[in-house]
Design a protein around this ligand. Sequence first.
Ligand code: HEC
Length: 128
Amino acid sequence: MQQGNKKYNRLILPSALVLLFLTQCAYDNSIDSYGNTTACDTAAVTFSQDIKALISQNCEGCHNGMSANGGLVLSGHQNTAAAALNGSLIDRMTRSAGDPLLMPPSGALNECDISKLQAWIGQGAPNN
Ligand code: HEC
């Protein structure tokens, strides 16, 4: 009986350490290597400062006038705003991993980029 309890106790410390380690990892996501928190600033998002580069780096290679995959062109404000406001951009960008409809096909963008796009759409997708 006592022997059994000792065995059980020996498992508690390692399990607690593993749990602690896992929770630390979750918090690490928002802390950079200098110990600063890297908050995602979605308050002052503009098309020219944030969205244009985000789309050109991640989407435009497959969605431009020469090569419009799925018939979708994402060059310039007008095209991007139209797809943003009809819901298709966020729909495709927030699909789960492994969903063949996820955009970009190489894997979802980080949460901050998606939040910025959502914030811009929330403003009415202006050309600012
Ligand atoms: C490597 C090429 C590639 C990249 C990069 C890419 N796409 Fe696509 N996209 C496609 C292809 C191919 C299709 C057509 C097949 C389909 O509908 O999934 C498509 C279709 C779409 C559609 C549906 C169009 C329609 O009306 O049916 C949307 C919306 C879309 N992409 C958004 C995006 C966004 C937003 C990004 C960037 C975050 C992006 N894509 C990046 C290849 C790409």
